[in-house]
Design a protein around this ligand. Structure first.
Ligand code: NAD
Ligand code: ZN
Ligand code: ZN
Length: 359
C-alpha cells in the first residue's frame, strides 16, 4: 500500500521485500490497523520522504530471520513495534529506555518494482503481505489473541493506554479528561479506568465518539461543539480541573484547553501529533509558573514493547481490557483509502486490514 505523492490516493502495488540481513526479520503480516498517523504521512504532515509504504499497527508471524537474531524465530506470533530500543544510547544507559534516542529499524528497504526505495511508515510498512523490520521491532506475544486485535497494540492503543498510565501516571482516585475520543483517546480512557481513575471525562466533537468513550469507561462526556470544554471539565471535577488531561488530538486549541482544564499542579499529556505549522497560542509565562504541574509529551505511550505488549494481551485474554471494541471493521488492502474517509467522517474507531494467509 503505497502513498506515492503528497495528498494523492494510496495505491496497491507489487513490492520487492529483501531477504533479512543481520539483525533483521521478515514478517508475514496477518493484520494491520489504519491509524490517523498513516493519513498524516499520506498528507505530507510527517515528512516529505515520499513514496511511503504505509501501515504500522500490525501483527503477524516471523517468516525468516537474519544472522545474529535469537530473540525471535520463524513461526513466532509477534506484534510489530516502532521503537525498538537500542540499549546503548544515553537514555537507555541511564535506565530510561522508553525514551531511547537511537531506536532500530531494518537497514534494507522494501522497494517498488522499478527499484525505488520506499520509506516505511514508522519504520514498519505493514500494509503489505510481508515486510522487513529490525528483529527488535518484533515482540512475541500469546498467539491466543486474534491478529486484528493484537495489531492495534502496536500503535494507537498502546500510545493512548500508555499516555494515561505511563506518561500521565494515572492512578486510583484520579480525575482524568481525554480530549479526542478516537482510537488513541479511547485507549487512554480504558487505561485510566483500569488504573482506578474515578472521574473520566471524554471530550469529542462527534456524539458517536462520545458513545464509544462511555463504552470504554468514560464517566462523563462533553461535546466540544456544544459546551465550553474548560468550564465543562471543571464542572465535572468540583470546579478545580482534572488531575491529568490528555490531548489526543494535537491542535493548538485542544492543547490550550488541556492546559487550563487541569487542576493546579496537574499534568497535561500531549499524545496527538501536531501539524508542523501548529503554534502554541499566547499563554502568559506566569500561567506556566503559577499553574505548576507537568506538561509532557507521550511518544508511543512511553511504552516498553517487551514489557507492555504481553501484559496488555494477557489483560485482554482475561476479559479485563475490551480491545475487541476498537475493531470497527476488517477490510482488504484495497480499501485503505475508503477507510481514511471513514476515519475522517468519524464512522470508525479502527478499520483493520486482514492480509491473506501465505499460500
Ligand atoms: N504519540 C504517539 O505516539 C501517537 C501514536 C499514535 C497516534 N498518535 C496521534 O494521536 C492522534 C489521534 O489518533 P487516532 O488514531 O485516535 O485518530 P482519530 O481520527 O481516530 O481520532 C481523533 C478524534 O479527535 C476528535 N477531534 C478532532 N478535533 C477535535 C477537537 N477540536 N476537540 C475534540 N475532539 C476532536 C475527532 O472527532 C476524533 O474522534 C493523531 O494525531 C495521531 O497521529 C500519536
Ligand atoms: Zn537507546
Ligand atoms: Zn499509529
Amino acid at each position: 500500500m503505497v502513498a506515492g505523492a503528497k495528498g494523492a490516493p494510496v495505491t496497491v502495488e507489487a513490492v520487492q521485500v529483501p531477504d533479512p540481513g543481520p539483525g533483521e526479520a521478515l514478517v508475514a503480516v496477518q493484520a494491520c490497523g489504519v491509524c490517523h498517523t498513516d493519513l498524516h504521512y499520506r498528507e505530507g504532515r510527517i515528512n516529505d520522504q515520499f513514496p511511503f509504504l504505509l501501515g504500522h499497527e500490525a501483527a503477524g508471524v516471523v517468516e525468516a530471520v537474519g544472522d545474529g537474531v535469537d530473540a525471535v524465530a520463524p513461526g513466532d506470533f509477534v506484534i510489530l513495534n516502532w521503537r525498538a530500543v537500542c540499549g546503548r544510547c544515553r537514555a537507555c544507559r541511564r535506565g530510561k529506555p522508553w525514551y531511547c534516542f537511537d531506536t532500530h529499524n531494518a537497514s534494507q528497504s522494501v522497494r517498488r518494482s522499478d527499484g525505488t526505495a520506499l520509506s516505511a511508515a514508522l519504520g514498519i510498512g505493514a500494509f503489505a503481505e510481508k515486510t522487513l523490520v529490525h528483529s527488535g521491532q518484533c515482540t512475541k506475544v500469546n498467539p491466543a489473541i486474534a491478529p486484528e486485535i493484537a495489531g492495534l497494540l502496536g500503535c494507537g492503543v498502546m500510545a493512548g493506554f500508555g499516555a494515561a498510565i505511563n506518561t500521565g501516571g494515572v492512578t486510583r482516585g484520579d480525575s482524568v479528561a481525554v480530549i479526542g475520543c478516537g482510537g488513541v483517546g479511547d485507549a487512554a480512557i480504558a487505561g485510566a479506568r483500569l488504573a482506578g481513575a474515578t472521574t473520566i471525562i471524554g471530550i469529542d466533537l462527534d456524539p458517536g465518539k462520545l458513545r464509544w468513550a462511555t463504552a470504554f469507561g468514560a464517566t462523563h462526556t462533553v461535546n466540544a461543539r456544544e459546551a465550553d470544554v474548560i468550564d465543562a471539565i471543571r464542572a465535572c471535577t468540583g470546579g478545580f480541573g482534572a488531575d491529568v488531561v490528555i490531548d489526543a488530538v494535537g491542535r493548538p486549541e485542544t492543547w490550550r484547553q488541556a492546559f487550563f482544564a487541569r487542576d493546579l499542579a496537574g499534568t497535561v499529556v500531549l499524545v496527538g501529533v501536531p501539524a508542523p505549522e501548529a503554534m502554541v497560542p499566547d499563554i502568559p509565562l506566569l500561567k506556566f509558573f503559577g499553574r505548576g504541574g507537568a506538561l509532557k509529551s507521550s511518544w508511543y505511550g512511553d511504552c516498553l514493547p517487551e514489557r507492555d505488549f504481553p501484559m496488555l494481551v494477557e489483560l485482554h485474554l482475561q476479559g479485563r481490557l475490551p480491545l475487541e471494541k476498537f475493531v470497527s471493521e476488517t477490510i482488504t488492502l484495497d480499501e485503505v483509502e475508503t477507510a481514511f474517509t471513514k476515519m475522517e467522517r468519524g464512522e470508525v474507531l479502527r478499520s483493520v486490514v486482514l492480509l491473506p494467509a501465505p499460500s
